[in-house]
Design a protein. Structure first.
Length: 231
């Protein structure tokens, strides 16, 4: 039976979140009806519904007809993505600032991430390189946008840090929304994928530091493209 306790005092005005924590409700667990939760917490149904909506938008719970409410695994992407996209669209932040954060994450945590890649992971990276070149050298030419995202996220797929993974996934969502490379030249993409190919080759050889140096050089291409233009 689920333990009933008072809400966590560290989460003011968020009784429902305290309820989840204090009752050790784990991902996959079904939640009681709203009326029962509200009675346990001593809050109105209206106030509780507001908090449930916040939790739903954060991806912490899901609600489906006939299935009721269920606790979902924590996914930092769901927590930060809407805020990032809004701030970029409103002009209060810039994609260059987000890119700066991404560069810092990948360069500083590079060794922690790639040291845990498996042989299968490296084969998948090589396959993505082959797919990208097939698109770039095909007729008609196609830009390998999907492969671009998959390649970078795959390199960090083994890092044991949900905040890092969430931020990197959010970066790629914002990258797609920004259409930053929409008018990039064909030569730009050839240069980018030449770097990608050499980075993956270094990973296959377990030469992680060479891969990191190539990664840093390759970032300069995007930074030049996203830098604010001076009139």
């Amino acid at each position: 039976m689920m333990k009933r306790t008072k809400p966590n005092a560290k989460l003011p005005n968020a009784e429902f979140f305290g309820y989840l924590i204090e009752n050790n409700i784990s991902p996959g667990d079904r939640l009681p009806p709203i009326s029962e939760i509200g009675g346990d917490l001593g809050v109105s149904i209206g106030k509780l519904r507001e908090q449930l909506e916040v939790a739903r938008h954060m991806g912490i719970i899901s609600a489906r007809p006939r299935l009721g409410m269920r606790r979902e695994p924590f996914d930092f992407l769901q927590v930060v993505l809407a805020g990032i996209l809004f701030s970029l669209e409103s002009g209060e932040t810039s994609f260059a600032q987000l890119s700066q954060l991404r560069v810092a994450i990948e360069t500083q945590l590079w060794h922690d991430a790639v040291a845990h890649l498996t042989p299968d992971d490296k084969e998948e990276l090589q396959a993505l390189i082959a797919q990208a070149w097939a698109k770039l050298r095909g007729e008609p030419i196609h830009i390998p946008n999907s492969e671009h995202r998959q390649l970078h996220l795959k390199m960090f797929s083994r890092i044991d840090n949900p905040f890092v993974k969430g931020l990197l996934e959010a970066y790629w969502e914002a990258y797609a929304a920004s259409e930053l490379t929409r008018f990039a030249t064909y030569e730009y993409w050839l240069k980018v994928w030449d770097y990608h190919e050499r980075i993956v080759a270094a990973l296959v050889q377990n030469d992680f530091e060479t891969g990191r140096q190539l990664l840093i050089e390759h970032f300069s291409i995007l930074q030049a493209l996203s830098a604010p233009k001076v009139a």
